[in-house]
Design a protein around this ligand. Structure first.
Ligand code: COA
Length: 181
């Protein structure tokens, strides 16, 4: 678990936040944040399935004991987006969100970086996600974390909007966990 200082200008007092692994009792709060922040919503079984699948890559951020953000991920096998015809384990960022009042303080970045570390611990060497073309905030955050647009997924979302498929390789020394298997 990591602890950081919240010092955003919209915050009158300095708070701390922590990022820790998701617990089953977090489910209602995480689902509420998902419904508040994103149009892509899921039944509880979907969240719990991802938790069972990759618990080290399903994280929640808390400030003053309140859940204010989450990230959940899936490990998949596929062909490398960077090396031709090379099979790899890929980490898929399925969903990430931070409550509006807690944005611009690095919490989203921390969640994604720690989610990536969790995925590396399962052997992932590449990471990807889908994001709405109109979601400039998220695209900016991902680009700052080294993701690039791999391609456009035409009509990916139910309402017909296109997605960017954003991709990245494992890069940081802190991500150099076990990648065998
Ligand atoms: C995407 C999201 C998780 C980012 O969370 P956050 O905690 O605000 O992100 P951070 O504070 O770590 O921001 C990281 C960087 O991106 C920048 N950034 C964040 N939001 C931005 C925006 N709306 N416009 C421009 N830049 C933005 C930050 O300024 C920061 O830059 P810096 O490193 O130079 O300071 C948050 O905006 C969110 O929950 N959005 C709704 C849900 C969503 O879209 N999820 C992603 C779906 S794919």
């Amino acid at each position: 678990m990591t602890e950081s200082r919240l010092t955003g200008s919209r915050q009158a007092v300095t708070e701390t936040y922590v990022i820790r692994e998701f617990l089953k009792e977090d489910i209602d709060n995480v689902m509420r944040i998902n419904q508040t922040c994103l149009p892509e919503n899921y039944p509880s079984s979907f969240f719990l399935g991802l938790y069972t699948h990759a618990p080290k890559a399903f994280l929640t951020a808390l400030a003053n004991g309140k859940i204010i953000g989450y990230i959940m991920c899936r490990i998949e096998r596929g062909i490398s987006s960077f090396k031709r015809a090379f099979p790899v384990k890929k980490g898929h960022i399925v969903s990430v969100a931070v409550l509006h009042d807690y944005r611009f303080r690095g919490i989203g970045t921390d969640l994604i970086n720690q989610g990536i570390e969790g995925m590396v611990s399962y052997g992932a060497v590449e990471f990807f996600l889908e994001v709405r073309k109109s979601n400039a905030a998220a695209v900016t955050v991902y680009e700052k974390l080294g993701f690039e647009v791999g391609r456009v997924l035409k009509g990916y979302y139910r309402d017909g909007e296109d997605a960017y498929l954003m991709i990245r390789q494992k890069i940081n020394a802190s991500e150099e966990a076990d990648t065998n298997d």
